[in-house]
Design a protein around this ligand. Structure first.
Ligand code: AMP
Length: 401
């Protein structure tokens, strides 16, 4: 059961959009290399909503952020390349305006005809966006008559474009947010069991609250990546020179104890790949044991862990994965994360519901070509974890009230 009341949210299908200026908040925070988009998945994910609005004859005004320009105009964070990419995907022109508020935006909006698409420049070029400034939210709202929230990845932030703007326009959720909520609610509300959560990555402190909450919902919790070392250290196991959050050892102990009391299995790596120095061509040794020699650094899970984790994944009926099993950015240390992705793909084929969230896990899927083999790839790592924690997402709360 979810521990927060269900929010009453209007859906895009419930609104009359024909001929109206529809302000759509999208998540176009795509990975860039210079002015080149490295992965257009987040843009593709919005096409269903945009194609619907085009077919309905709405005048579409898109607002989004890119990177962290911290309230200043920084050309490297311009959304202009995104407009070009979107035009390619939609197979129609996409207009672009150099500002998201004020006369520049208003002039571009006024020129729109039904079915036209306009993307406004990066919201975060204005410090008022992240400050959720009411005057800025009102200025943004001037660009539309209806607000559609389709930026799932931004819903856990109370910013002007996610929370503030909803005070000035009637609003609803788009198809992307609907799909995200549908899958995540399935996991939170009534998961098919056994329910296994796989949490990896480096920072225990960041994910402690979610681990604690997950214990209320899951049958087993698999912990990999550097996070695992803090849990191993909490049990007195030598982790050598591996990454450790010393100040989180007590918290890790508390999680282990809570899991024991709740009869939730905690699965930790049984062996590791270790190196003397973290570099792409380092000599890699497998420990064959849970402990790590004093002069070595853990960089990935070992072959026994892969086998053991794969078995557990194969038995689960609902699987949620966030965070890599090792320093997957270096191919020599990516085997553990790749093995998890493969095992999840096989589990999906056999009928399990598999959900993957978080940029690093998605990047493993992109590299292995396994994204389409999952039941659902969430566009919001932070937002999906906060939903699992049972938190109300500010962007949704604002829209519902
Ligand atoms: P997080 O930001 O907490 O999700 O952590 C993601 C990062 O954890 C990735 O950049 C990985 O390279 C890193 N990571 C995973 N396993 C290890 C490890 N064994 N040692 C150091 N970093 C790791």
């Amino acid at each position: 059961m979810t521990d927060k009341p269900a929010l009453k949210l209007k859906r895009i299908q419930d609104m009359t959009v024909k001929g109206k200026r529809v302000l759509v908040r999208v998540d176009y925070n795509v990975p860039m290399k210079g002015s080149k988009i490295e992965d257009n998945a987040r843009i593709r994910e919005t096409l269903k909503t945009l194609e619907y609005l085009i077919a309905e004859g709405a005048k579409i005004v898109l607002i989004a952020h890119l990177g962290r320009p911290k309230g200043k105009v920084e050309p490297k964070y311009s959304l202009k390349p995104v407009a070009a990419e979107l035009a390619k995907l939609l197979k129609k022109p996409v207009a672009f305006a150099d500002d998201c508020v004020g006369p520049v935006a208003e002039k571009a909006v006024a020129a729109l005809k039904p079915g036209d698409v306009l993307l406004l420049e990066n919201l975060r070029f204005h410090a008022e966006e992240e400050a959720n400034d009411p005057a800025f939210a009102k200025a943004l709202a001037k660009n539309g008559e209806i607000f559609i929230q389709d930026a799932f990845g931004a819903l856990h932030r109370a910013h002007a474009s996610t929370a503030g703007v909803t005070k000035y326009l009637p609003g609803a959720i788009g198809f992307l947010v609907q799909r995200e909520l549908e899958f995540l609610d399935r996991v939170i509300g009534n998961p098919q069991r056994p329910f296994l959560a796989i949490i990896g990555g480096a920072k225990v402190s960041d994910k402690l609250a979610v681990l604690d909450k997950l214990l209320e919902r899951v049958d087993a919790l698999l912990i990999g990546g550097a996070m695992a070392y803090t849990f191993l250290a909490a049990q007195g196991i030598n982790i050598g020179k591996s990454l450790l959050e010393k100040d989180q050892i007590d918290a890790a102990k508390a999680i282990i104890e809570k899991a024991y009391n709740k009869k939730v299995e905690i699965l930790l790596p049984a062996d590791h790949l270790v190196v003397r120095e973290i570099k792409a061509d380092a000599a890699v040794v497998s420990t064959q044991a849970m402990s790590i020699p004093s002069d070595m650094i853990g960089v990935d899970i070992g072959p026994h862990s892969i086998e053991f984790f794969t078995d557990h994944i194969a038995k689960a009926k609902t699987i949620f994965w966030n965070g890599p099993m090792g320093i997957f950015e270096m191919p020599a240390f990516a085997e553990g994360s790749t093995a998890v992705a493969k095992a999840m793909a096989e589990a999906t084929e056999k009928g399990a519901i598999t959900i993957v969230g978080g940029g690093d896990s998605l990047s493993v899927l992109a590299k292995t070509g396994l994204a389409s083999k999952m039941s659902h790839c969430s566009t919001g790592g932070g937002a999906s974890l906060e939903l699992l924690e049972g938190k109300a997402l500010p962007g949704l709360v604002a829209l519902a009230s």
